[in-house]
Design a binder for this molecule. Sequence first.
Ligand code: ADP
Length: 250
Amino acid sequence: MIELRGVSHRYVTEGRREMTTTLALDGVSLRIPRRQFVAIVGPSGSGKSTLLRVVAGLLASQEGAVEVAGARVSGPSADRAMVFQHAALYPWQTVAQNVRFGLELSRQATGADADRIVGEHLKLVGLSEFADHWPHQLSGGMQQRVALARALAVSPSTLLMDEPFGALDAITRRRMAAELLALWEREQRTVLFVTHSLDEALVLADRVVLLRDGRVVRDAEVGIPRPRDPDSVPEDPWFLELRRSLWEAL
Ligand code: ADP
């Protein structure tokens, strides 16, 4: 369970003459049960990334409380893995070494244990044959799958994804969403998925939280039955109705 109570965050930037303050989160309260897939949607600048960073422990909110499994978040943890828009793989490490890196960093596994976990996760994302490739030999979508394998290999209870498919072309993006959906349906973890695509959110998530100006303006359950077929979801009556009402709120 992730809980945010009255969370506010201000960025202070020093200009040439004066300090500017931006209120990025304005009293956000959310309770996210374990294993729920939550999409955070909103226009650019609405506070989505800030919200994710606060939950990740990369940013300390100045007001309110953030708790994960009853404990206050005071910094990053391997239990809350982050996937960013750009895969950020180490170019001097092979695909397998990149996945292994997180495991060793968090001291979760070494030697043959680490080899086994790396192998399992490369298989999970369909990249077993690319273990010894270098990141530059992979397409953008494949690099993002490596980043996903790296995040999942440390067995986090929560996956924090910040526009993970935002840099991919439309076709790859759609395929990656379908893959993530299948993966999540197999092994459910709590997911916070930031996107500015309402359609992507409705295909993937159990719940859509709309942010505007740092505030939650809608919090809607997505009742589309699972397992979902990303191609037929857009024809579901839930999809059409929710899409219309969420657009109105945006
Ligand atoms: P989103 O992810 O929805 O695009 P962000 O959380 O990145 O929104 O940003 C929310 C607001 O905070 C925006 O107005 C943005 O300009 C501002 N902001 C974000 N990061 C910083 C920063 N490091 N310094 C100053 N202002 C920032």
